[in-house]
Design a protein around this ligand. Structure first.
Ligand SMILES: [Zn+2]
Length: 411
């Protein structure tokens, strides 16, 4: 597959000065079997490395936040909100068609909270958010709905270069109170992934169903996120199916339809979970691994770039927004939950990428190149249970970063 090479001018202006050097000079504690010459920016290498190592704890906060005690005022607030009796039909792709273009990829961002400084790993400050919106509306990007991006790329239709999708996980109250007014003012479409039980529980830090209904009626895309925000690979498959069926029933009752795009809680999935999500009627599903999605992506485990206070600065935002896919195939392990630890991680590049390097969140990697295209990475020791990320990046001849990220759940 030919990688997108158009439209370099904007990105060049955004990139820090390039510097040549070996990666060992930039990273401490990471060694490779082959002495690769890497063309990289010092700032970028640091960003990618830190991202791999520091993104993991971000979602831990979600674990802690989920059981938040409901506030006493919840019920009063819920009943005070004017109930909507109408049910909006789901916006179908036939009604909203993505603009045409030559790009075969798009970048999707993931937010959680807005202006909730007590949760920095899942929050974005309003100053950061304002800067993101300013950049997205600068004219350099095409922001369209995630359903349209999924439709276009899954059907091998081109999109405008620098097409961006916006997703928000967990339906926190700050989405309604702080993010939506801004997105609405700028006519920026977005998708909210909802765990139904979090709304049913009436926690004050989550939206009410009335609020979600109001968003849905205003053409905000609502996506599935399981019933209980569960670690789905930990469940036996009947329980996974129950999670999906119960959440579907609640969506049907509250919104009048069942969403068809899903996000795995914590980005965790395995082959059985993915099959169950597909059989439940979802046509696309997102993980929490970084990278640009493209026509050859696994549409049941799509990448997204997480944005939070640690990874919300404009240099990192620009870098992600302008990134292109590093197209690979034959990824091993093929399942997204490890059955062998340490994993025998490998993949085949669609095009040689001699400057590519990889940054794992844990472990000392040894990278071996088999010919121009096969890459094998081994770790010196088993990795801790939880989630393991690895980001592989290469600066293309187009001066844009080509990115391939993986997230494995480690039992
Ligand atoms: Zn979530």
């Amino acid at each position: 597959m030919a990688l997108e090479t158009k439209g370099q001018s904007t990105f060049s202006a955004l990139m820090p000065a390039r510097a040549s050097g070996t990666l060992q000079g930039l990273l401490i504690g990471v060694s490779f079997a082959v002495g690769l010459t890497v063309v990289a920016t010092a700032g970028f290498a640091q960003t990618a490395s830190q991202e791999a190592t520091a993104e993991a704890p971000a979602t831990e906060d979600v674990v802690q936040e989920t059981p938040a005690a409901p506030a006493a005022t919840d019920e009063a607030e819920a009943t005070a909100t004017e109930a909507s009796t109408t049910v909006a039909p789901q916006i179908t792709d036939a009604e909203v068609v993505a603009p045409d273009g030559d790009a075969t990829s798009a970048v999707v961002f993931m937010y959680h909270r807005f202006g909730e400084g007590e949760y920095p790993s899942t929050n974005i400050t309003m100053e950061q958010f304002t800067a993101h919106v300013k950049e997205l509306t600068s004219g350099s990007y095409t922001v369209i709905g995630v359903p349209q991006i999924v439709s276009a790329l899954s059907e091998n239709k081109g999109l405008p270069d620098r097409t961006i999708g916006i997703t928000i996980d967990d339906a926190y109250r700050s989405v309604y109170e702080k993010a939506w007014p801004v997105f609405r003012e700028h006519n920026l479409p977005f998708t909210v992934f909802v765990s139904t039980e979090q709304l049913d529980s009436g926690y004050a830090n989550y939206m009410t169903w009335d609020m979600v209904r109001e968003l849905s009626e205003a053409d905000v895309t609502i996506g599935g996120h399981s019933q209980n925000h569960a670690h789905l690979p930990d469940f036996d498959i009947d329980r996974v199916k129950a999670e999906l069926a119960n959440s579907a029933a609640r969506f049907k009752e509250e919104l009048g339809y069942v969403p068809d795009i899903f996000a795995y809680p914590y980005g965790e999935a395995n082959a059985e979970v993915i099959t169950a999500v597909k059989e439940a009627g979802y046509r696309a599903a997102f993980g929490q691994q970084s990278g640009a999605m493209h026509t050859a992506s696994d549409f049941m485990y799509l990448p997204r770039f997480a944005l939070n206070e640690h990874y919300g600065a404009m240099d990192r935002f620009d870098l992600a927004a302008n990134s292109l896919p590093l197209v690979v195939s034959d990824i091993t392990p093929a399942d997204y939950t490890l059955t062998r630890n340490p994993p025998a991680f490998g993949f085949t590049l669609a095009e040689p990428a001699p400057s590519m390097n990889c940054y794992p969140s844990e472990g000392t990697p040894t990278m071996t190149r088999l010919g121009d295209e096969r890459v094998e990475i081994r770790l010196d020791a088993p990795i801790s249970s939880g989630r393991w990320r690895i980001n592989c990046t290469a600066l293309g001849s187009d001066s844009r970063w080509h990115w391939f990220g993986m997230l494995y759940t480690v039992p």
